[in-house]
Write a protein that binds this ligand. Structure first.
Ligand SMILES: Nc1ncnc2c1ncn2[C@@H]1O[C@H](COP(=O)(O)OP(=O)(O)OP(=O)(O)O)[C@@H](O)[C@H]1O
Length: 232
């Protein structure tokens, strides 16, 4: 485990940043993380990416995403929330790591292609989902901290199952994951800690309490009823 706890040092003065107005975040002072997999769930705009990004930057990742030793920058658009966070870390620093922002994987793939031109196949010669999964399978080496924002975005349900297997492989080789997701498949990872951003503070919930699980289950079991109500 590389990050044990995230402590929020909120300023005493009145808020002046957008993230101090996010309901779940502004009422949270401390988050204990799971030593294997911690999920962030919640409605669009609930603050998951904002916190994920701040944790990644506070640990030493490039705000634009990529591996721990990867430094490239095209635009500075990250929030300053990372300055308010105090990470309680283990003595051992992660040997491997990746911060996935959906919108920056293209840039990262371009950088990797430039560095390894002619040595490894181009990440741009595969589909978005294929290239992301190849990267996890071929380059995530274990003993790592992997911070992933909606990794399911490019993956078919079958490939999400493959990602579950990869997460399991990496957890067994001493890795820690923090993942923001809407995927009922990924959320099913055994013994994961799930934090919901939907209440007045960030709180742990069970798999069955997640909206991703409840709405998917309800919809599949009552498809015709739902469609009738929604589309009438
Ligand atoms: N740079 C910014 N400036 C102002 N507001 C922002 C900025 N970035 C995000 N926000 C706002 O902060 C809130 C939280 O956004 P965030 O991206 O963290 O949500 P999220 O939970 O990750 O949502 P999603 O599930 O859609 O990815 C949203 O209301 C969003 O509009």
């Amino acid at each position: 485990m590389y990050i044990k706890e995230v402590l929020f040092r909120w300023p005493k003065e009145e808020s002046c940043t957008y993230y101090e107005e996010i309901e779940a975040l502004k009422n949270t002072d401390q988050l204990v993380l799971n030593d294997s997999v911690t999920f962030f769930v919640g409605e669009n705009g609930a603050g998951k990416s904002t916190l994920l990004e701040a944790i990644a930057i506070a640990y030493g990742f490039n705000p634009e995403g990529g591996s721990l030793d990867h430094n490239f920058s095209s635009r500075n658009t990250h929030s300053s929330l990372y300055k308010q966070l105090l990470l309680s870390k283990s003595f051992q620093h992660a040997k491997d790591g990746f911060f996935l922002r959906a919108e920056s994987f293209y840039n990262f793939a371009t950088e990797i292609d430039d560095i390894y031109e002619g040595i490894i196949p181009s990440l741009h010669e595969e589909s978005h989902g294929e290239s992301f999964l190849s990267m996890v399978q071929d380059r995530f080496g274990g003993k790592g901290l992997y911070i992933l924002d909606e990794p399911e975005a490019a993956l078919s349900p079958q490939r999400q199952l493959t990602l579950l297997c990869e997460i399991n492989r990496l957890v067994k080789s001493k890795s820690q994951f923090i993942i923001a997701t809407h995927s009922p498949i990924l959320l099913a990872f055994p013994d994961a800690l799930i934090y919901s951003f939907d209440g007045s503070s960030v709180l742990p919930i069970s798999y069955e309490e997640t909206e991703a699980y409840q709405i998917t289950k309800l919809f599949i079991e009552n498809k015709d009823y739902f469609l009738g109500k929604l589309l009438d």
